[in-house]
Write a protein that binds this ligand. Structure first.
Ligand SMILES: Cc1cc2nc3c(=O)[nH]c(=O)nc-3n(C[C@H](O)[C@H](O)[C@H](O)COP(=O)(O)OP(=O)(O)OC[C@H]3O[C@@H](n4cnc5c(N)ncnc54)[C@H](O)[C@@H]3O)c2cc1C
Length: 327
């Protein structure tokens, strides 16, 4: 499995395939995990989830932003989503990635973009979550959070349990609304636990700590072992429902999402949308290669004829040949 994981993480970072994918609509099964390519479709998906008592955090997909025009375009799109959420009285807030707003171009440029977004959201009493990316962007993202916190309190972030430093970070940011995750990127041993057991153990430890000491905890996982553990833990420690929520990604474990909401837990679905779906989709395949059946189904039911299709096809063929060799 680690080889597959590395393979898809490698694909997620391929800029050529990323820009090829942008030219096409949602392909290869991405439509199952991406809510739409525009705001209208996305609001419709949010409203459907809201009708089941599920709130949403909305992410305008985008990676490899190295030009100011692209970062500005992303900012405008996020401002438009905020407006649309407000106008449609949808139960939703925003998740965003600093690199999409120019962190790789210039720190202050990125900070100003975020300020504009947080300010607009603040007018509507809307929360903004700063998603966490790879280790190289971790400290600058926390620095941006610190800067924004001087003026605003409608902002929070993510703690990635695979990092050794996560324990210190969660203590420092205990008065923030925090999303706690295992971590999605490939990180070196120098900074991060590599073993799933270690990551899972640290994940539970951080969740428990923040539930007991922190402001509001978003437990973002598809792992039913963790979810069941949290259910028991909050019961044992009398932690009220309004102190935490469960989060999952759009399209994943839909029945469990509905079940948790119907059991009375706060539930929030992470709703990604936009044309730039490729890197996000590849990271989801990296986490759970079983999702490959999404790709396979699409390849065999529709003629995709895209570079991405060819790449995934070559990969599947490679796997099949590999299997045959072993037989
Ligand atoms: C809402 C949300 C926001 C996120 N934000 C970030 C972020 O900002 N930065 C970041 O680095 N990462 C983020 N992530 C990704 C996260 O770090 C993990 O990579 C990702 O969630 C996979 O780990 P997991 O906890 O879901 O469970 P895993 O460790 O992938 O799975 C554990 C077990 O759960 C079960 N399981 C998992 N998925 C399924 C499924 N689809 N169907 C059936 N059983 C399943 C299986 O038994 C599996 O063995 C986010 C994840 C979510 C859900």
């Amino acid at each position: 499995m680690p080889i597959l994981k590395d393979f898809f993480i490698g694909l997620s970072q391929n800029q050529l395939l990323n820009s090829a994918a942008k030219k096409y609509g949602l392909k290869l099964g991405a439509q199952n995990v991406v809510a739409g390519t525009n705001i209208e479709e996305t609001i419709k998906s949010i409203k459907e989830l809201n009708a089941h008592g599920i709130s949403c955090t909305v992410d305008n997909l985008g990676e490899f932003v190295y030009k100011e025009e692209e970062a500005t375009e992303a900012k405008e799109q996020i401002l438009a989503v905020i407006e649309a959420i407000h106008e449609n009285k949808a139960d939703a807030h925003i998740s965003l990635k600093p690199t999409q707003l120019g962190l790789d171009i210039d720190y202050n440029f990125c900070l100003n973009n975020l300020k504009e977004i947080v300010d607009k959201a603040n007018q509507y009493n809307m929360f903004i979550n700063i998603d966490m990316e790879d280790y190289g962007h971790l400290q600058p993202s926390f620095d941006i959070l610190d800067e924004l916190s001087k003026e605003y309190n409608n902002v929070g972030t993510v703690i990635q349990a695979y990092f050794y430093r996560a324990e210190k970070d969660i203590e420092k940011y205990k008065d923030y609304r925090l999303r706690i995750v295992k971590g999605a990127y490939k990180e070196p041993e120098e900074y991060a636990y590599q073993d799933k057991k270690d990551i899972d153990a640290n994940y539970i430890k951080l969740i428990e700590w923040h539930l007991l000491n922190g402001k509001f905890t978003s437990i973002a996982t598809h792992d039913h072992h963790v979810i069941n553990h949290v259910k028991q833990f909050v019961k044992k420690h009398n932690i009220p429902n309004d102190k935490f929520e469960f989060q999952m990604l759009y399209g994943f474990r839909k029945e469990l999402q509905l079940q948790l909401a119907s059991e009375g837990y706060n539930f929030c679905t992470y709703v990604p949308f936009g044309k730039d779906w490729y890197g996000y989709f590849m990271r989801r395949l990296a986490e759970r290669p079983q999702n490959l059946n999404l790709v396979a189904k699409q390849m065999f039911t529709k003629k995709t004829n895209t570079m991405i299709g060819v790449a995934a096809g070559a990969f599947l063929l490679g796997r099949m040949c590999g299997k045959n060799r072993h037989k």
